[in-house]
Design a protein around this ligand. Structure first.
Ligand code: HEM
Length: 410
């Protein structure tokens, strides 16, 4: 992949006022969105933009929850804000292109129930040893290095390895998976005629994988989707392909970002790092605070019909960017919302979403994040940033550090 999304974002018209012209790919938002969201929450809790053919951005927990729970007025047909609300080949509602995340009720319930068993605690726990071995393999590869990039040399490898195994794809294709995710989630402000063709290699890859699995069925999620029957009927190939694409996209960038943000935090907070090293039983509670504080995922909706939302004149087909990460920093919803409290006792965060689309992969994500951090700090109990200015962040709706230059301390 040669297109650099961050350079693209830099080249765009800069935002002067996020209240009337927000852009989630603006460099200021990409590098540190929290002051922007705090400012909006205080003076204009539902921001507007004419970019991307018009959209809204609610910043309070209450409003994000209200929209996430309102499937009557908001559709999930498209959940990634781009310059194209009507891609020519996208399957229409109620299924959408990547069921169940792009599906509306009642189809959504069917598409979701179908995949729940694969993400239940039993199958997820059964993967823990493999995830641990994967982490150890990548840590071993770092050898005796005292300085390295924990983003590109560790965090980015864990989730692609897990998802490749789950879908039954060759692990050697990991670079390709990261390219696919980059096209779907990062290159969102390209013109439709530029972005559309970038999806072709992904479509070809998934078609080839489906053909291979039809010819050689095996015990993986792809074969499950191809063979599962509902009322005596198999799923359409469009449905199978859409759910495979969703699993790959939802399963890679999200967890990679969460692992990266957590390592980035620990590199700057030796007191938190020391507590995790000395009190390993704290890890599950700390994981929830990492997820709240650095929630990586923001998903979108489209407005179904013109409506007045708390005085905002929303128009049919306007985007609504659902700021789950902004909701997690709302002082009305969390005590000391802007403070990272590693042993925060009450933490009903929205990192995995709210409402019917709440993350199906949350058990898997939590396990991967826990194991990736446990293995990392067991190997490196003391580390810090070696070059704070060298840290870079992914633009768009899934936010996490891509480069984390670290120094390992004795
Ligand atoms: C830290 C990691 C993760 C975070 C923060 C996260 C976050 C989210 C959020 C916020 C949603 C709701 C989207 C919406 O309302 O439109 C969602 C949905 C979803 N996620 Fe995750 N996710 C993570 C990891 C994963 C993993 C590892 C998988 C599976 C491999 C996964 C699969 C899904 C699926 C299938 C949905 C759609 C559920 C539905 O529409 O009913 N996620 N996720």
């Amino acid at each position: 992949m040669t297109i650099d999304a961050e350079a693209e974002a830099d080249a765009k018209r800069p935002v002067v006022d996020f209240a009337t012209d927000w852009d989630h790919t603006d460099p200021a938002w990409v590098s540190n969105p929290y002051p922007i969201w705090d400012d909006l929450r205080a003076r204009c809790p539902v921001a507007h933009t004419d970019r991307y053919a018009a959209g809204w951005f609610p910043t309070t927990h209450e409003m994000v929850a209200e929209i996430a729970n309102d499937t009557e007025h908001f559709t999930s047909r498209m959940v990634v804000v781009t310059n194209n609300k009507f891609p020519p080949n996208a399957p229409p509602a109620p299924m959408g292109g990547a069921p169940p995340i792009t599906s509306d009720p009642p189809f959504h319930q069917f598409a979701r129930r179908l995949i729940l068993p694969a993400f239940a605690p039993g199958p997820v726990n059964a993967m823990e040893d493999q995830v641990r071995a994967l982490c150890a393999k990548h840590l071993d590869a770092l050898g005796d290095l005292k300085e390295f990039d924990a983003g590109s040399q560790y965090a980015q490898y864990i989730s692609p390895g897990v998802i490749a195994k789950m879908l039954g794809f060759p692990e050697a294709n990991e670079d390709l998976f990261r390219d696919f995710v980059h096209v779907v989630l990062d290159l969102v402000d390209l013109a439709p005629e530029e972005r559309g063709p970038l999806f072709l290699p992904m479509a070809e890859y998934f078609n080839a994988q489906i053909e291979d699995h039809v010819a050689h069925p095996r015990d993986d999620f792809t074969s499950y989707l191809l063979n599962v029957e509902f009322n005596g009927e198999k799923l359409s190939l469009e449905h199978v392909r859409g759910t495979m694409v969703l699993t790959l996209v939802a399963g890679i960038d999200t967890t990679w970002s969460a692992i990266g943000s957590s390592i980035w935090h620990l590199a700057q907070h030796p007191e938190d790092l020391a507590r995790l090293v000395n009190e390993p039983e704290l890890m599950p509670i700390a994981i929830e605070e990492f997820l709240r504080f650095y929630a990586p995922v923001t998903m979108a909706r489209l407005v179904k019909e013109d409506l007045d939302f708390h005085g905002c004149p929303m128009k049919k087909d306007d985007w609504v960017l659902l700021g789950f990460p902004a909701a997690n920093r709302d002082p009305e919803a969390f005590v000391d919302a802007d403070r990272f409290i590693i042993d925060r006792a009450v933490n009903r965060h929205a990192a995995f979403g709210l409402g019917i689309h709440r993350c199906v992969g949350s058990n898997l994500a939590r396990m991967e994040l826990r194991v990736a951090l446990e293995e990392f700090i067991a190997r490196y109990p003391r580390f810090e940033l070696s070059d704070a200015s060298g840290v870079t962040w992914a633009p768009g709706q899934v936010r996490g550090p891509r480069r984390i230059p670290l120094r390992i301390n004795a």
